[in-house]
Design a protein. Structure first.
Lengths: 944, 192
């Protein structure tokens, strides 16, 4: 898209160079902005350590040395592009020539040949290494050094190393080296060795080295690296100390001090190291040396570049250390001066261009000389500068990737800035649903004024660039688009630095989907909005306010609400095993989601962030409901169709019946104390008659309090106030028998992987379901009607027994009990203490009379007969009957009576065991008959 | 549980206990009677053996001497004992159960009768021994005491066996005494 371009792109390229050295002196001085804030870390020349100085003060410090003072070394430290070259260049141009002779070794001087040539030029007749050696011999020397390096390195490409050796020793290479050395001697410091791929390709072809075109750049770089190192070794192997000392003494003799300006010590390897070693030997000469060092190099590699190998050793020899950037890599003072910095360059770019009729309007809209930028756009672009993901506010990046990118592009500056890899696109802080045109969105992002309630833009700007603006956005000459969020109240503080990045990622995801790295922030915002309505994972009644309530809770994962962001954000989608709140990121919810990110970032309240809280809450409510329904339905599916309310209702009813406190129509929420009332005294079941129900009931009763708290959470408004509506609904809807049957046949296997828990107790729902299921199974295996009939028959038998005792002689009974005790002693039965208390109880009961117990039994028999004349007894009716029966069968009379029978039984058993019953008629025995025979034989003997 | 008042039930229990106790006492009495019976039976057995020995001794004496002294002694002894015999001798059951004076009389009778029969038997054995020693043709006849022991032993065997008396028994006895005597002297000669 075309728009008014009021400058020459060629001029722009000329002005906006990467290196300050690339500009002519006049242009340099025209565009140079003073360094207003140079931090002095330490300084031995003036008491300014820890302070900021301006460039003039720095120059004064550098030039403050005595004429014959030893080497004085100054470091200028800063990130790449922070202005080290600019400062060196400025020093070269502005240094007091009567006091100093500047020798500037720029970064662009990448060849040792250039440096050696420069020094020779400055050294005059002084002898530097190879000074008298013909260039052809120097070239051969360099080629041989390169050959050695090649063998050390082990080759270049896939071709045999011998082929590369032949290339380095070849005539073509020597010619190229001689040409390079000649250019350096002639002062052509821009000359580069093997500068083009074509030159490399020709060399390879000459030596029959087959190289694919795609690999030419890497091979060329490899050759250049080897040759550069070879040149440094060959040209600087000689004694550097002597000529440099002679050079400094010669300049001092002229009444000046040599000022060595080494822009970047990292450019060279051997030469840089040797220069540094020379300068650090403070007595070796009279140089003032300003050396540019990148922060990272100084920290990691500089110590190894010196003979001492110690950064402290270097620092101790510095006269001062100046820093141009802070620890974040941001150039000091540039943010404050960025407008004027840009204005100077923009003015220089437009210098000499034809005056446009649009100029007056442009000046009014954009500001003097700033077109096509505004103050806002420049500051925003400067703030968005980044390199490899890190903020990097340096002059070079600003010139190249803000001014240069925009001025040399064909389309709108905002579009050029959007495309830049060195700029983090600022997030849209306006309601994007109000702006349909992407160009207008882009312009608003870079040029829009962000106000409390709206993002505004001079309407003439889009008009000038032919961008249509919807009517409803135009008012009083201003394009006005609502803010995507409301600013926080005063004093709340701004959200963290990362908020723009987070918002940027959100908008990228909302616009085109794809990976959303910082989606956790959006999830936090969504979570806050949803949790403001209550926790959707809780299946308790939202009306329940009891502090003692518990709830069935979906507890997958950690404490965070599980949320799935769609559009391939990187999230795993929701599944049966892991149910998540599903947010699709549709166009309709864009604004809401942007607000929610800001909500999470700012920590402010929903009402402070959301422009339309009702809308946001409605969105949240819909997602809350959908998620809640899904969780509820999932549980219900696994419960065989039983809802969680029905489960709690029936479970609580079971527990109450077990605790001896059953309810019929109207539930209660009374507690139960296991210690106060043993299970066997309160349970409707007896171990003898219904062992299944008895055992399963005992287990379930231990969950009484949990079920009570769940009931509080599901069916009450407060601790003792039932939620009448929910209770009535439940009572109306629940088919208890069916729920019990479903519970009985529940498969608990699937619950092992379901993440339902009970909060706040932390118990697993499965642990509650297991006893519930066992008890339900025992219940459905019980035939309540038959059991009732059996109980009634037993009751009638008891009534008959009771009737039989109506005319007991209590006094005689007392004596009989005493007689029994005596008999126990006779036959060896130990009389137990329990027998004493039981017989005493029995005697007392008999004294008081049995009529109350008989009445109670009769009443139960009558009531039961009346209740079940025309209908069968159901589960709950039977349990109620059992509870009424319990005090009758647990009356002490029965135990005491049983004890009395037990005493007699034991007594008789003992007597039968002790007393023998073998008495017979003696005369009927065999022995007696034998005796008689003997006696008769004697008698016969006597009678003979 | 059976119907009926506690009083009735306990009365029944106590009655049952009484019955059990009574049976126990009966059992104990029965056992005592059995012990007494065994004692009396033993005494009667001794008396029967003593009378049998007396009868055998009388028969031997007649076979040896042809004299009826022995038989006379035997018959008079039987008559004497028959005259003294208590009524309970032929039916001792009542006395054994009651353990009264009748039982004591029976026990006393059996003891004295046995002693008398044994004494009379000894007298007859002495006569028989004297005859056998004096009528012996052996140059070294057996001693009196040894002959008595042999005769007494043979009589007891015959009385216990209950076999009928024959003249062969005397010849057998005489032969046994001669052999034993010869054997005894031979041994003495050798040893001398």
């Amino acid at each position: 898209m075309s728009y008014p371009i009021l400058w020459s792109p060629a001029r722009a390229r000329q002005v906006l160079t990467t290196e300050s050295r690339q500009k002519a002196r006049e242009l340099f001085l025209q565009t140079h902005r003073s360094f207003r804030r140079i931090r002095v870390d330490f300084c031995k020349e003036a008491d300014v350590a820890g302070e900021f100085v301006e460039e003039e003060q720095l120059r004064a410090i550098v030039q403050a040395g005595r004429l014959e003072a030893d080497n004085r070394l100054f470091f200028v430290v800063g990130e790449a592009g922070s202005g080290k070259s600019e400062l060196c260049q400025w020093l070269e141009y502005t240094v007091d020539a009567e006091r100093s002779l500047a020798i500037h070794i720029p970064r662009s001087m990448t060849s040792a040949a250039h440096v050696v040539a420069l020094l020779r030029k400055r050294a005059g007749a002084l002898s530097l290494s190879l000074r008298h050696v013909p260039l052809a011999a120097q070239a051969e020397h360099i080629a041989l050094s390169a050959l050695v390096l090649l063998y050390e390195r082990g080759g270049l490409g896939s071709a045999p190393i011998e082929a590369w050796a032949a290339l380095l020793r070849g005539a073509a290479m020597r010619r190229a080296l001689v040409e390079h050395l000649e250019a350096a001697e002639a002062g052509e410091y821009g000359h580069a060795l093997l500068a083009s791929d074509a030159q490399v390709g020709a060399l390879c072809a000459e030596h029959r080295i087959e190289v694919v075109p795609a690999s030419l750049p890497s091979i060329g770089a490899g050759l250049q690296q080897i040759l550069a190192r070879a040149m440094e070794q060959a040209l600087c192997m000689g004694d550097l100390h002597t000529p440099l000392r002679q050079l400094s003494e010669r300049i001092v003799a002229q009444g000046r001090r040599p000022l060595l300006l080494l822009e970047d010590v990292t450019t060279f390897r051997f030469l840089g190291d040797r220069l540094l070693d020379y300068l650090l030997d403070l007595t070796s000469g009279h140089f003032d040396a300003v050396i540019g060092v990148t922060t990272g190099f100084e920290r990691t590699q500089l110590p190894g570049a010196t003979l001492a190998g110690d950064l402290t050793h270097i620092h101790h020899r510095l006269r001062a250390r100046f820093a141009l950037t802070d620890e974040q890599g941001c150039a000091y003072s540039l943010e404050d001066d960025v407008i004027e910095f840009a204005r100077a360059y923009l003015r220089a770019v437009k210098h000499g261009a034809a005056v446009s009729p649009l100029q007056p309007d442009v000046e009014r809209i954009f500001g003097a000389d700033l077109y096509p930028f505004t103050d806002t756009a420049l500051l925003r672009a400067f703030g968005s500068l980044q390199e490899e993901g890190n903020p990097r506010q340096t002059p070079r990046l600003f010139l190249e990737y803000v001014l240069g990118a925009a001025l040399q592009a064909d389309d709108l500056p905002s579009a050029a800035l959007d495309r830049s890899a060195y700029l983090s696109r600022p997030p849209a802080l306006f309601r994007s649903d109000e702006v349909g045109d992407e160009r207008l969105q882009s312009v608003l992002r870079w040029y829009g004024q962000v106000g409390d309630e709206a993002v505004t833009l001079d309407s003439r700007l889009p008009a000038l660039w032919n961008i249509p603006v919807p009517e409803q956005l135009l008012a009083d000459g201003v394009v006005r688009v609502s803010r995507a969020y409301i600013l926080q109240p005063p004093g709340a503080g701004e959200p963290g630095q990362q908020w723009q990045q987070e918002l940027r990622e959100l908008q990228q995801w909302l616009t085109s989907g794809g990976l959303y790295p910082s989606r956790e922030m959006l999830k936090r915002g969504i979570e806050r909005a949803l949790l403001a309505l209550g926790d959707p994972r809780s299946l308790a009644s939202r009306s329940a306010l009891s502090s003692a309530q518990a709830a069935v809770y979906y507890a997958r994962g950690d404490e965070r609400l599980p949320i799935y962001l769609g559009r391939e954000s990187g999230d795993q989608p929701s599944s049966e095993a892991y149910v998540k709140v599903q947010v699709t990121g549709s166009a309709e919810e864009r604004v809401i989601l942007e607000e929610l990110v800001y909500l999470a970032l700012s920590g402010a309240q929903l009402s402070q962030v959301c422009q339309n809280v009702t809308l946001t809450l409605d969105w949240a409510q819909r997602h809350w409901d959908a998620y809640h329904r899904e969780i509820d339905a999932l549980l219900s599916r696994h419960l065989g169709g039983i809802s969680v309310e029905h489960l709690i209702w029936v479970g609580w009813r079971m527990a109450c019946a077990l605790s001896g406190d059953p309810w019929g129509e109207r539930p209660h929420v009374r507690t139960h104390d296991n210690d106060a009332a043993p299970y066997e005294h309160i349970s409707p079941w007896s171990r003898e008659q219904s062992n299944g129900c008895y055992a399963a009931g005992r287990e379930l009763l231990s969950w009484h309090e949990t079920l009570r708290r769940l009931f509080l959470g599901a069916f009450t408004l407060h601790d003792t106030l039932l939620d009448r509506e929910r209770c009535m609904d439940a009572a109306r809807q629940i088919e208890d028998r069916a729920v019990v049957a479903k519970l009985a046949h529940l498969s608990l296997r699937s619950f092992r992987t379901l993440p339902y828990k009970i909060r706040p107790t932390g118990q697993r729902l499965l642990d509650l379901l297991a006893p519930l299921q066992r008890y339900a199974l025992a219940l459905i295996q019980l035939d309540a009607d038959s059991a009732l009939r059996a109980d009634l028959a037993d009751l009638e038998r008891r009534a008959a027994k009771l009737a039989a005792q109506e005319h007991v002689d209590v006094r005689a009974l007392h004596d009989q009990v005493a007689a029994l005790r005596q008999r126990c002693g006779e036959v060896g039965v130990t009389w137990r203490e329990q027998w004493d208390s039981d017989t005493e109880t029995l005697l007392n009961t008999m004294r008081l009379g049995l009529q109350p117990l008989r009445d109670e039994m009769q009443a139960l028999l009558s009531a039961t007969a009346q209740s079940y004349t025309d209908r069968a007894c159901d589960l709950w009716g039977y349990q109620e009957f059992r509870h009424r029966l319990r005090p009758i069968v647990q009356h002490p009379f029965w135990d005491a009576s049983a004890t009395l029978w037990a005493i007699q039984s034991e007594l008789i058993q003992a007597a039968q065991a002790r007393y023998r019953r073998e008495a017979r008629s003696l005369t009927g025995t065999q022995s007696y008959r034998a005796l008689r025979r003997t006696a008769l034989a004697i008698w016969q003997e006597l009678e003979q | 549980m059976s119907q009926g008042t506690f009083n009735e039930r306990i009365s029944t229990t106590l009655h049952l206990l009484d019955e059990l106790a009574a049976r126990h006492e009966e059992t104990r009495a029965y056992e005592s009677a059995r012990e007494r019976m065994a004692y009396v039976h033993d005494r009667l057995g001794q008396l029967q053996l003593a009378l049998g020995a007396l009868r055998v001794a009388a028969a031997l004496l007649r076979a040896a001497l042809g004299d009826s002294t022995g038989e006379h002694t035997w018959r008079s002894t039987c008559a004497e004992l028959r005259a003294r015999a208590p009524a309970t001798l032929r039916s001792p059951g009542q006395a054994l159960v009651a353990a009264n004076l009748d039982l004591l009389r029976l026990v006393e009778y059996t003891g004295s009768a046995t002693a008398l029969a044994e004494e009379r038997c000894s007298q007859l054995v002495a006569l028989l021994a004297r005859y056998l020693v004096t009528s012996s043709e052996s140059p070294s006849p057996p001693s009196m005491d040894a002959t008595k022991r042999q005769i007494q032993l043979a009589i007891e065997q015959l009385a216990r066996s209950g076999e009928p008396w024959t003249s062969d028994r005397l010849a057998e006895l005489r032969g046994r005494l001669g052999q034993e005597h010869t054997s005894t002297t031979n041994h003495a000669g050798v040893s001398a």
